[in-house]
Design a protein around this ligand. Structure first.
Ligand code: GLN
Length: 253
């Protein structure tokens, strides 16, 4: 009987320890989230800025977002969605910010505010190694693949006589090029490098199509968050943390 009581007692103690433990974790989590949750809308098909490693979204944007959240005492939550849903998500309040290698454009500025820019980028042209297309000027009359809703999509529409094929994911456009379904792909420079590396027989034209800048999209009525994010970005630039994150993913040529 004594033995039984002892066993029960030990059991109760163990249970209460577990309970205590879980309570502690909850309160730590609560403390961490005291500043609230920062929801980032992205399209995790865009290496090296955002892509999956197992079940986690990693990349330059994911790490900068985490660093911003840390500075603001907030917990970061990443929501993966189609690229052309990001601005809608930000405007409807489903997400606090859109971060997806997103180029600042006049059109987008009509719907959202952008933070200070954090990366310089370009749109480049990918072709088959043996292609007769030697510069962006040779694209007229050609079949050009792009990712739906991107700046590449907008620029391709301006090429005289070109047929624009729109894909949900950048790499789907690259696959179509590999399979000779299209003649070229217009896409951002860094993902282009990754996709060309992963697919044999492709090259990037030396001459870039456009130069652009990436920034974080925030709802027009959320000036408070805009200021906070700009403050955090400035600190990350100043301390060299931002460069460190970029260097982790992009090796200098
Ligand atoms: N920079 C391009 C744009 O903003 C593409 C971004 C992306 O595909 N994630 O439209």
């Amino acid at each position: 009987m004594k033995k039984l009581i002892a066993t029960v007692l030990i059991g109760v103690m163990a249970l209460s320890m577990v309970a205590c433990g879980s309570k502690k974790t909850e309160s730590t989590e609560a403390a961490e989230a005291a500043g609230g949750t920062l929801v980032m809308a992205t399209n995790a098909e865009f290496p090296p800025y955002e892509y999956y490693e197992g079940e986690n979204v990693i990349g330059i944007d994911a790490e900068i977002a985490q660093a911003i959240a840390d500075k603001l005492g907030m917990e970061l939550k990443i929501e993966d969605m189609a690229f052309d849903s990001i601005i809608v998500a930000v405007n409807s309040g489903k997400a606090d910010m859109g971060m997806a290698g997103m180029t600042v454009t006049e059109d987008r500025l009509e719907n959202v505010n952008f933070s200070d820019t954090y990366a310089h980028a370009s749109q480049v042209v990918i072709v088959k190694e043996d292609s007769t297309i030697a510069s962006p000027d040779d694209l007229s009359g050609k079949k050009v693949g792009v990712q739906l809703g991107t700046t590449g999509d907008a620029y391709a529409g301006d090429i005289e006589g070109a047929t624009v094929e729109r894909y949900n994911k950048g790499f789907e456009a690259v696959q179509a090029l590999s399979q000779d379904k299209i003649d070229a792909v217009i896409i951002d420079g860094e993902p282009a490098k990754v996709f060309v590396e992963e697919n044999e027989g492709l090259k990037i034209l030396d001459e870039a199509f456009t130069e652009e800048d990436y920034a974080i999209a925030i709802a027009k009525d959320n000036d408070e968050l805009l200021e906070k994010i700009n403050g955090a970005l400035a600190e990350l630039k100043e301390s060299g943390e931002l460069d460190k994150i970029v260097d982790k993913y992009i090796t200098a040529e």
